[in-house]
Design a protein around this ligand. Structure first.
Ligand code: CA
Length: 224
């Protein structure tokens, strides 16, 4: 099962695709405009985006570039043009795959499965640093075998720091990745969540174990 977000201005296509994908066991949400779609992808974090290139408010290729600057979600582009030059351009602009309109539900479903398979390749389902481990799919974190009671943002923050264990992650990067605020947000928000996370990990800023502050730069997760 995948969570698919369809950005398509044609209501009939939205209805048909949503129905077919639901029958294939997926969960489908949709947007009728580029700007709405961009916002929904940022807030809902779907597993796959299916993007119609012919949208009323913004060129689909332009939207693809904007999506790519904020998310690495797999994107399947639905295009009316089937020539080598336009497909190469789309793939260069960051599309993972494409379907030519009119496309069949079976074809789209096969593409969805293929991009999901590629997206999960090489991404570990669990991460471990010292006595700390997280299961990304189950959204569970354990410390010395004990389940940690983490709020969603605390889990995402921990996941980001564990994915980049040993590297300094800046508060700006945390705001972009966890709060989806690439250009705004308050570092105070990050500080507050870091202190909550520290508390649950049994440490303080003054006596860190996993979360080492690198002053003026950010935070680095290490094995104590
Ligand atoms: Ca269209």
């Amino acid at each position: 099962m995948a969570r698919i977000h369809l950005i398509e201005d044609d209501a009939e296509i939205r209805r048909l695709v949503a129905g077919a994908m639901a029958r294939a066991g997926h969960e489908v949400d949709s947007s009728a405009s580029a700007m709405d779609g961009l916002q929904r992808v940022i807030s809902d974090r779907p597993d796959v985006v299916v993007l119609d290139l012919g949208l009323p408010d913004l060129d689909g290729a332009e939207l693809l570039r904007m999506l790519r600057s904020v998310s690495d979600v797999p994107v399947i582009v639905a295009t009316a043009r089937d020539d080598d030059e336009s497909t190469v351009k789309l793939l260069d602009a960051g599309a993972d795959d494409y379907v030519v309109k009119p496309y069949s539900a079976e074809n789209l479903e096969a593409r969805v499965r293929a991009v999901l398979r590629r997206a999960s390749d090489g991404k570990p389902a669990t991460l471990q640093v010292g006595g700390l481990s997280i299961d990304i799919a189950a959204r569970e974190a354990h410390l010395e075998g004990e389940l940690l009671d983490l709020a969603p943002k605390e889990f995402e923050l921990l996941q980001l720091l564990m994915e980049r264990a040993g590297e300094v992650v800046s508060k700006r990067e945390m705001l972009a990745e966890v709060w989806r605020e690439p250009y705004g947000g308050s570092e105070r928000t990050v500080d507050v969540h870091l202190s909550w996370l520290r508390k649950k990990l049994g440490e303080t800023a003054a006596e860190p174990r996993f979360l080492q502050t690198v002053h003026g730069v950010g935070v680095k997760l290490v094995a104590p």
